[in-house]
Design a protein around this ligand. Structure first.
Ligand code: SF4
Length: 227
């Protein structure tokens, strides 16, 4: 945290959406870019006046409203189904009661809902309710694995349970933001920039990745010569 904090500065937590809006946003963000998810979310909320209206809308109308976000056919029924489930159970979309529950119970409550896994549950609890739940996205999963924070065979769902208790509760949000930033800028999926990495001194995968990079560079060089 100290090394990443020095690199990326303080991570500021602020509420972006209400918990139920965050849930909808997270479904929209699956397998698409931030830009597309935002466009789809804005289009959805611009088409319907409220979350209530989204839940009442025909699936086809939701699909049309979120088309620009991609995978609308899969996401529209998922959104409608989970919203109806919440309203049937609570009589509203107010999920603020989760903040009063112990973290594990709040997670369990959300994970019972149709199509809500550990990542979506953690995003809702962390981003909109400020609870110390750790969402593990593709960047966090990759960087943690390379660093050796999680084992090579651990899957993404299990990674939530391993990483979260490793970090002080007050640092969970910052850890999430730092590792995403680090994964996007330095520890990229292809060609990680290990030589510039603030965590390179303690990284499990660095020697192997650097050997592979050197081998690839030699191959390119000899290919160029032959060419
Ligand atoms: S040293 Fe390389 S592999 Fe390890 S965290 Fe840094 S960029 Fe990623």
């Amino acid at each position: 945290m100290d090394f990443l904090g020095a690199e990326y500065g303080p991570a500021q937590w602020h509420v972006r959406y209400s918990p139920v809006e965050e849930l909808v946003y997270t479904i929209l963000s699956q397998h698409t870019s931030d830009l597309n998810s935002e466009r789809a979310f804005n289009s959805l909320m611009g088409t319907f006046d409220s979350i209530d209206a989204v839940a009442d809308a025909p699936v086809e109308a939701i699909e049309e409203a979120i088309r620009r976000g991609g995978l609308a056919k899969q996401k529209a029924p998922r959104i409608k189904s989970v919203l109806c489930q919440i309203r049937d159970e609570l009589g509203s979309f107010d999920l603020s009661f989760l903040a009063e529950m112990p973290l594990d119970e709040a997670k369990a409550w959300l994970k019972r809902l149709n199509g809500i896994g550990p990542k979506t549950a953690a995003i809702i609890l962390c981003f909109s309710l400020g609870m110390p739940a750790m969402p593990v996205d593709t960047h966090i999963f990759r960087v943690s694995k390379r660093l050796g924070l999680i084992g090579a065979k651990v899957n993404a769902d299990k990674a939530h349970d391993i990483l979260e208790p490793m970090v002080e509760p007050q640092d969970v949000f910052a850890f999430h933001m730092y590792l995403i930033q680090h994964g996007r800028q330095v520890c990229k999926a292809q060609r990680p920039r290990c030589g510039e990495c603030a965590l390179g001194w303690g990284c499990r995968e660095r020697p192997k990745l650097e050997r592979e990079a050197k081998r690839a560079a030699r191959k390119r060089k000899s290919g160029n010569k032959i060419g």
